[in-house]
Design a protein around this ligand. Structure first.
Ligand SMILES: *[C@@H]1O[C@H](CO)[C@@H](O)[C@H](O)[C@H]1NC(C)=O
Ligand SMILES: *[C@@H]1O[C@H](CO)[C@@H](O)[C@H](O)[C@H]1NC(C)=O
Ligand SMILES: *[C@@H]1O[C@H](CO)[C@@H](O)[C@H](O)[C@H]1NC(C)=O
Ligand SMILES: *[C@@H]1O[C@H](CO)[C@@H](O)[C@H](O)[C@H]1NC(C)=O
Ligand SMILES: *[C@@H]1O[C@H](CO)[C@@H](O)[C@H](O)[C@H]1NC(C)=O
Ligand SMILES: *[C@@H]1O[C@H](CO)[C@@H](O)[C@H](O)[C@H]1NC(C)=O
Ligand SMILES: *[C@@H]1O[C@H](CO)[C@@H](O)[C@H](O)[C@H]1NC(C)=O
Ligand SMILES: *[C@@H]1O[C@H](CO)[C@@H](O)[C@H](O)[C@H]1NC(C)=O
Ligand SMILES: *[C@@H]1O[C@H](CO)[C@@H](O)[C@H](O)[C@H]1NC(C)=O
Ligand SMILES: *[C@@H]1O[C@H](CO)[C@@H](O)[C@H](O)[C@H]1NC(C)=O
Length: 308
């Protein structure tokens, strides 16, 4: 019997809800626009004029060059400003783009730090900031706290500092960690094994020292291990040569000593093995002859006693 009274209440509720959602949705859209305008403001040189001619307040941000939005919610999901000769800093306001899944600012001339606010982006899967002039430390949260992050490419910058000792603590999806050619020092943290889906680990051309952690051997999906041109010392852990998925191993140009591990039977996919310019001793294991996929082996500049 109450239905005739309930119906208008229901309708009012629906209308109220609708107004509520419209308001919240435009409020968050404004947040995204503010964040992008702050990003634009922090650009000092826009060589090709892409932002100055295209990122205009009277058009929707979803139509701006390099910006992609979600179809339903019209929030910014991807920002791709690769290779536009942009100079300037990355505005910390990027951390307000809460729906962002992919950030590509590669091959520009950005300077300054990677803002710590980036680690607020809980949906971020991909970060590419390679080939810029970023300096300072990599924000700790990015390497320890991003539960869906899959790829991070920071090669060819001027990043320094040490990697956090709890790296990979809550980044279980990380498959590609590219830090080649920076100025990162200290040890490769043992907690790296927690990135159990890691496929490509590229740390070459830095100043890593200490031993290669045995725990790298727990990365059972690794196809590429590139740690050449560092200051690594000690033995090559046997565990690494147990990873059957490995296709390329670059350990050259370090201070590694001891003998070459002989447990090579699992490396059926190995194509390239670079061990040159270290301090390796002993003989060359005859097991190397069984690596049927191997096409490149470099052993020069060591103290090995026998050849194959
Ligand atoms: C948007 O503003 C710019 C100048 O700021 C103007 O040139 C352009 O015509 C405007 N576009 C629209 C669609 O109003
Ligand atoms: C960004 O755009 C460039 C050039 O269009 C493209 O090559 C690259 O794959 C894009 N990046 C991402 C993450 O999609
Ligand atoms: C966005 O980020 C900046 C800097 O991180 C902050 O000052 C600002 O209050 C944030 N929120 C909004 C809604 O813009
Ligand atoms: C990052 O961008 C560069 C081009 O600027 C591209 O060559 C590279 O493959 C990208 N990295 C990843 C992990 O996709
Ligand atoms: C980085 O800065 C140096 C000068 O400090 C410059 O020579 C180099 O071209 C810059 N690299 C990039 C990718 O912007
Ligand atoms: C980057 O900026 C530096 C300093 O302003 C300049 O020397 C260099 O040529 C720039 N590099 C590129 C690739 O634009
Ligand atoms: C990790 O994430 C939690 C929850 O979002 C946050 O409270 C904490 O400050 C983050 N830690 C770092 C190092 O960013
Ligand atoms: C790492 O691998 C070693 C040797 O296979 C194994 O004994 C150890 O339990 C593994 N550690 C973890 C945390 O999976
Ligand atoms: C290598 O793998 C074998 C089995 O395939 C296992 O018995 C051995 O403990 C492993 N060694 C290391 C150092 O992980
Ligand atoms: C190899 O070891 C010797 C001492 O045993 C040391 O003098 C030399 O610097 C080392 N070479 C490399 C490349 O680490």
């Amino acid at each position: 019997m109450g239905t005739p009274f309930l119906f208008p209440i229901f309708l009012t509720l629906l209308i109220t809800l609708n107004i509520f959602f419209t308001l919240t949705s435009s409020a968050t859209l404004t947040t995204d626009q503010d964040a992008l305008l702050a990003f634009k403001n922090a650009i000092t040189v826009d060589t090709n004029g892409v932002l100055s001619s295209n990122w205009l307040a009277n058009t929707s941000i979803c139509d701006w060059a390099g910006v992609s939005c979600g179809i339903k919610h019209h929030r910014v999901t991807a920002l791709n400003l690769s290779n536009l000769a942009l100079h300037g800093n990355l505005a910390p306001h990027l951390g307000n783009l809460t729906f962002l899944q992919s950030l590509d600012v590669s091959s520009n001339n950005f300077t300054g730090v990677l803002p710590t606010e980036l680690s607020k982006l809980r949906r971020l899967k991909q970060v590419n900031a390679t080939s810029n002039n970023f300096s300072g430390e990599i924000p700790r949260g990015i390497l320890t706290n991003m539960s869906v992050l899959e790829e991070i490419d920071l090669r060819f910058n001027k990043l320094s500092g040490e990697l956090p000792s709890d790296i990979c603590n809550n980044t279980p999806k990380l498959k590609k960690l590219f830090l080649i050619e920076n100025q990162i020092y200290g040890k490769i943290p043992t907690s790296i094994y927690k990135c159990s889906e890691m496929e490509e680990l590229r740390l070459s051309g830095n100043q890593f020292n200490g031993n290669i952690p045995t725990e790298i051997g727990n990365l059972s999906m690794l196809t590429l291990l590139s740690i050449y041109d560092n200051h690594l010392q000690g033995n090559i852990p046997f565990s690494i040569f147990n990873i059957s998925s490995l296709q390329r191993i670059y350990l050259d140009d370090n201070k590694l000593s001891g003998s070459i591990p002989t447990n090579l039977d699992n490396l059926l996919n190995l194509q390239e093995l670079y061990l040159n310019t270290n301090n390796l001793t002993g003989g060359v294991p005859k097991e190397i002859g069984r690596l049927t996929s191997l096409n490149t082996l470099t052993l020069y500049e060591n103290k090995l006693t026998s050849m194959i």
